[in-house]
Write a protein of this length. Structure first.
Length: 319
């Protein structure tokens, strides 16, 4: 007989796998070209809501590092997120429980075989509370509690500490549902997620789509309704006199940006509404450029003042 909390852990992994495979199954781990790192342009990010899609984003409180071209690419190309990785010396990144919940439900419901629905993730103190329903003839609610930590191989480990379900026999959740992994998903080519006994593990360097982050995970904790991750030296300190509070800065090396390639790059993208984080969508950044203002300095540096992606008009999003 399989312990029920082990089954809950496996079931939650399956939910995660379904989500990841639906969105990023075609986005394998990026391989950086280490020979290009010494001359790679530097990047600084401050208070930016970095979008991977319209539905998926992370909040970068602060980051300092380099844009390292991936194998097969000579320079980082903002028109092609696959062309580079972000090698961070230090960073602080947040992902809200609402973002996690939205991601799961958006893509879970698109699977015709999925029988786990209505996933809701919230935080209570230093742990996450995961709720949802399982359907096998009838809808069965479940609830699990998980605590984050860092594994020895630099992944985020979520240990299932408590769980409960309304009148579910301790028989093995998967047997009760009549499901196994092969019924739900092919794991071929899938990276970033795994399970270990009562825990599931997420590799933050490979679970997200390009441009992927390369950094040593130094701390993970639940704060409010967010999962906070520190990489390397943590959030860097910036000189606020140089730029606005919310910005992305690229300096040195070569960068392809729009139709141009800049040598000894000096590009700063700033938020036109600094009261909230800079909402930046890399795959659609040209639409933000078209709706914003670009100025050249006397030494041919670029300063771009961009509106938040969420604040673009429908017409601007379709240009």
């Amino acid at each position: 007989m399989i312990p029920l909390k082990v089954c809950i852990s496996r079931a939650f992994l399956l939910v995660s796998l379904i989500c990841a495979s639906s969105v990023w199954a075609q986005s394998p781990k990026q391989t950086a070209d280490a020979s290009n790192e010494p001359g790679a342009p530097s990047i600084e990010i401050s208070n930016v809501l970095f979008r991977y899609s319209e539905d998926m984003s992370i909040l970068v409180i602060g980051l300092r590092g380099k844009l390292v071209p991936t194998s097969g690419h000579v320079v980082p190309d903002f028109n092609n997120p696959d062309s580079f990785v972000i090698a961070a010396d230090g960073a602080q990144v947040c992902m809200s429980t609402a973002q996690l919940s939205s991601l799961m439900n958006t893509y879970l419901l698109g699977s015709p075989k999925a029988q786990i629905k209505n996933v809701r993730i919230t935080a209570e103190g230093d742990h996450l509370v995961i709720k949802g329903t399982m359907k096998k003839g009838i809808h069965i609610p479940f609830e699990a509690s998980a605590e984050p930590s860092i594994s020895q191989d630099n992944r985020i480990r979520f240990d299932i500490k408590q769980m409960k379900s309304a009148k579910i026999p301790v028989k093995g959740l998967m047997d009760m549902l009549g499901l196994n992994i092969s019924d739900l998903i092919s794991q071929k080519g899938l990276t970033g997620l795994s399970v270990d006994k009562d825990s599931f593990l997420i590799d933050p360097q490979t679970a997200l789509p390009p441009p992927q982050l390369r950094a040593r995970l130094s701390k993970v904790q639940v704060s409010g309704q967010n999962i906070v991750m520190l990489f390397g030296d943590g959030a860097p300190k910036f000189h606020r006199t140089q730029h606005a509070r919310n910005f992305i800065s690229l300096r040195g090396g070569n960068v392809r940006y729009g139709r141009d390639e800049m040598n000894d790059a000096d590009i700063v993208m700033m938020d036109t509404t600094p009261a909230d984080p800079f909402d930046f969508y890399l795959r659609q950044y040209k639409r933000q450029l078209a709706a914003g203002t670009i100025k050249a300095t006397s030494n041919m540096a670029w300063r771009a003042y961009l509106p938040d992606f969420a604040k673009l008009s429908p017409a601007s999003r379709q240009r």
